[in-house]
Design a protein. Structure first.
Length: 113
C-alpha cells in the first residue's frame, strides 16, 4: 500500500491550501485516514482524522479552520486548510489505518507572516 500526498506549498498568513492523499495498492476501503504534521524541532502531531463512516476528529488548534474529507471509493483523503497561520508551517503526512498503518511521504506547508 502506498499513500501519495500532494498540495503543499507556500502561502501567506490568512490564505488557504488543499492537501490530497491517494492510497494505491489496496482493494478495500481503508478504515481511518488522516493527516498529521511535524514542525521543525517538534514531534509529529495529529491534525485530523476521518473514519470510513465519516466521523471526524480535529486537533484543537485547527478546529474551525481545517476540514477533512474523504472519497472512500477512491481511498483518497483531503484536507482543506483555511485561515492559515505561521504556526501551521510543517511537513504534513497522510496516514491510513486498517489491519496495518501506512504513511505518505509528506508534503511541506509553509505559511509566511
Amino acid at each position: 500500500v502506498q499513500l501519495q500526498a500532494s498540495g503543499g506549498g507556500l502561502v501567506q498568513a490568512g490564505g488557504s491550501l488543499r492537501l490530497s492523499c491517494a492510497a494505491s495498492g489496496i482493494r478495500f476501503s481503508i478504515n481511518t485516514m488522516g493527516w498529521y504534521r511535524q514542525a521543525p524541532g517538534k514531534q509529529r502531531e495529529l491534525v485530523a482524522t476521518i473514519t470510513r463512516g465519516g466521523n471526524t476528529n480535529y486537533a484543537d488548534s485547527v478546529k474551525g479552520r481545517f476540514t477533512i474529507a474523504r472519497d472512500s471509493a477512491k481511498n483518497t483523503v483531503y484536507l482543506q486548510m483555511n485561515s492559515l497561520k505561521p504556526e501551521d508551517t510543517a511537513v504534513y503526512y497522510c496516514n491510513g489505518e486498517a489491519w496495518a498503518t501506512w504513511w505518505g511521504q509528506g508534503t511541506l506547508v509553509t505559511v509566511s507572516s
